[in-house]
Design a protein around this ligand. Structure first.
Ligand code: ZN
Ligand code: ZN
Length: 362
């Protein structure tokens, strides 16, 4: 039995407690992971402040994890993509367990994060796959991928759940046409991941609208051709700037990754002919605005939503870190590192003006 320190969340605005649990060796079909990096996601702060319904019982949480295999069940020889696994290998995993069954309406419709068997967040007090703990236990139902030699753990966790979220949304968009002009609203981790993907897809211009300065600088390193500060400009100034940058055509694609309702009307007005508006950040609360349907018709516009992640997005996240992480400086996105003891401070720090990505190191 190994001792694992585990962060436990009980209810909003109640301090997170740290308990010690005994973690048993893995079953034949599970893996025991010594967590090295747990990424802090903006949604963790929403949980702390009560924007999500409180859980029925204390939970373990932290849904962005990278760690080292401490022990492998006798029947686990490969990761979910078929790469051979040995103790000591580093892996990146998703903590939920969509069933993947053809008979499951949610999984069959490519919305696995709506699967009734998701098992997330998990109840505290037993082995589980949460990342805010010293040892995580993964079952054969989890999605776990080996991080290859030469790719750093930090370059993977830098985009935690943001890259899988962005990949899934980008796939909903379809292909990017040659010479596409992309506007990304929001410079948080999802907006930055979208910036990377737009650059890799060959966009002519990638305009990132966001704040604060440290995140706009990061956007520039990751592939933004232009950055516009939200606080330093008006909606009309930004619209004019986007029109200038696009030669008067407007955006081919606007990606809403700001999570701010006002991004919707602003983004809608930035779309040019055949424009596509991808909504990724407005997943809680309400954002109700009148929409000019005539403009949708006469500009051939599409409005596309995307929620959740598909398991293969985790694999692709590792590949993107492997292929581009060094060149684009993914590791440098991590601005703050906290111990597990200070997980609450870490989560509350996501709104700091000097923060890009925050990581807990259990
Ligand atoms: Zn997240
Ligand atoms: Zn399912």
């Amino acid at each position: 039995m190994l001792e694992s320190k585990v962060a436990v969340f009980t209810s909003p605005n109640t301090p997170i407690t740290l308990i010690t649990e005994r973690t048993p060796p893995p079953s034949p079909t599970s893996l025991l992971i010594r967590v090295s990096h747990a990424g802090v996601c903006g949604s963790d702060l929403h949980r702390l402040t009560g924007d999500y319904p409180p859980p029925p019982a204390p939970i373990s949480f932290g849904h962005e994890g990278v760690g080292t295999i401490a022990a492998l069940g006798a029947l686990i020889t490969h990761d979910r993509a078929g790469a051979p696994l040995s103790p000591g290998d580093r892996i990146y995993w998703g903590p939920s367990t969509p069933c993947g069954a053809a008979t499951c309406a949610a999984c069959a419709a490519s919305t696995p994060m709506k699967c009734p068997q998701l098992n997330w967040p998990v109840l505290a007090g037993r082995p589980n796959a949460a990342a805010y703990r010293t040892f995580a236990t993964l079952s054969e139902k989890h999605f776990y991928y080996k991080i290859p030699e030469g790719t750093s753990a930090e370059s993977v966790i830098a985009f935690g759940c943001a890259m899988p979220t962005a990949l899934r949304a980008f796939a909903r968009l379809g292909t990017l046409e040659r010479g596409a002009n992309v506007v990304v609203q929001g410079s948080g981790p999802v907006g930055l991941a979208m910036t990377v993907l737009a650059g890799l897809a060959g966009a002519r211009a990638v305009v990132v609208i966001g704040d604060p300065e440290v995140r706009l600088q990061a956007a520039g390193r990751l592939g933004a051709t232009h950055v516009l500060s939200v606080s330093g400009s008006t909606v009309e100034e930004r619209r004019r700037r986007v029109m200038e940058i696009t030669g008067g055509r407007g955006a081919s694609v606007v990606v809403e990754a700001a999570g701010v309702p006002a991004a919707f009307p602003e983004g809608f007005e930035l779309l040019g002919m055949n424009g596509r508006f991808l909504i990724v950040g407005l997943y809680s609360g309400k954002a109700v605005y009148p929409v000019d349907a005539v403009r949708i018709n006469n500009f051939n516009l599409s409005i596309i939503g995307s929620v959740g992640i598909e398991p293969e997005n985790y694999k692709r996240t590792v590949e993107i870190a492997e292929e581009h992480g060094k060149r684009l400086g993914f590791e440098e996105l991590i601005t703050h590192r906290f111990k597990l003891e200070n997980v609450e401070e870490a989560i509350r720090a996501v709104v700091r003006p000097d923060a890009v990505k925050i990581v807990v190191m259990p």
